[in-house]
Design a protein. Sequence first.
Length: 37
Amino acid sequence: MCLPHDLNETRPVLPYRRISLAPRHVVVSASLGTRFS
């Protein structure tokens, strides 16, 4: 019973990390675009 519980806990972490990294990537790309332009 511990295996499914661990999978359920580790799976939600990936989407949250992607969501948290996405805004930063957008901000960095936006700042770089404004600097280069």
